[in-house]
Design a binder for this molecule. Structure first.
Ligand SMILES: Nc1nc2c(ncn2[C@@H]2O[C@H](COP(=O)(O)OP(=O)(O)OP(=O)(O)O)[C@@H](O)[C@H]2O)c(=O)[nH]1
Ligand SMILES: C=C(OP(=O)(O)O)C(=O)O
Length: 212
């Protein structure tokens, strides 16, 4: 059973506001895009992943992804993060009604394909999720085949996903738990080893609190 993943990204002007200051202000957008590219590159390389569908209405996100060979569709009629996940899942299900869909956060620049593959394998086709390294958020949510994604991302989403019947996957998988919201998170991702886009960017620009 292959898994199709939805990856939502909001408008770049608003994106990763808590990460502002990690690099010079005029490099912030490039940092967000580099983190996204490292995340989707790793996700697409994971065994068990068939499609990676980004949902974003930002034209720069769309053109950057198209140049790199990734799929991106605009958001649907309803605003917000969970609506974007539902919209992507709906499109993936139209293509394969019995398929398995997953929700992956867009901000995991240290993601290792083998850790994502291991989580998918460990879930054994059941509704499941992986919490972030702080244990309160969610980096990956997997539906059961043909079942709704039912995303409950936002503050306290790990608890909400558990309450929705998703099995917490508890193996270590540090790169799969390392979403980057703050400069401290980016430091943790640096320690794990950044993907090539983020690594190249941080090597080339003036950093604030981050020195990799
Ligand atoms: N398509 C889409 N993606 C969203 C939306 N809201 C959030 N996201 C994405 O979902 C992920 C988590 O979102 P947030 O934690 O709310 O925002 P963030 O940009 O990561 O960081 P902050 O600005 O610091 O809150 C990020 O990849 C966002 O780009 C939305 O309304 N539409
Ligand atoms: C929206 C979430 O993530 P974050 O705010 O950490 O990006 C979440 O973990 O549900």
């Amino acid at each position: 059973m292959q898994t199709d993943l939805v990856v939502p990204v909001k408008a770049l002007g608003d994106a990763k506001s808590r990460l502002r200051g990690a690099v010079a202000p005029d490099e912030h957008t490039r940092l967000v895009l580099a983190i996204l590219l490292d995340t989707v590159t790793a996700a697409a390389q994971a065994d068990g992943v068939r499609r990676v569908l980004v949902v974003s209405s930002d034209p720069t996100v769309a053109s950057t992804l198209a140049k790199a060979g990734f799929e991106c569709v605009p958001e649907g009629a309803s605003p917000g993060l969970n609506a974007a996940y539902r919209h992507g899942a709906h499109l993936l299900r139209e293509a394969d009604p019995a398929g398995r869909v997953g929700a992956l956060q867009a901000d995991m620049p240290a993601l290792r394909p083998h850790e994502l593959a291991a989580a998918i394998k460990t879930s054994d086709g059941g509704r499941a999720f992986v919490a972030d390294r702080q244990t309160t958020g969610t980096t990956l949510l997997l539906s059961a085949p043909g079942e709704p994604l039912n995303p409950r991302f936002g503050v306290g989403s790990a608890r909400a996903h558990a309450a929705s019947g998703a099995l917490p996957l508890t193996d270590s998988w540090p790169s799969l738990r390392c979403d980057v919201d703050t400069a401290e998170d980016l430091r943790a991702a640096c320690d794990l080893g950044l993907g090539q886009h983020t690594s190249a960017l941080l090597g080339a620009v003036a950093c604030g609190p981050i020195e990799c």
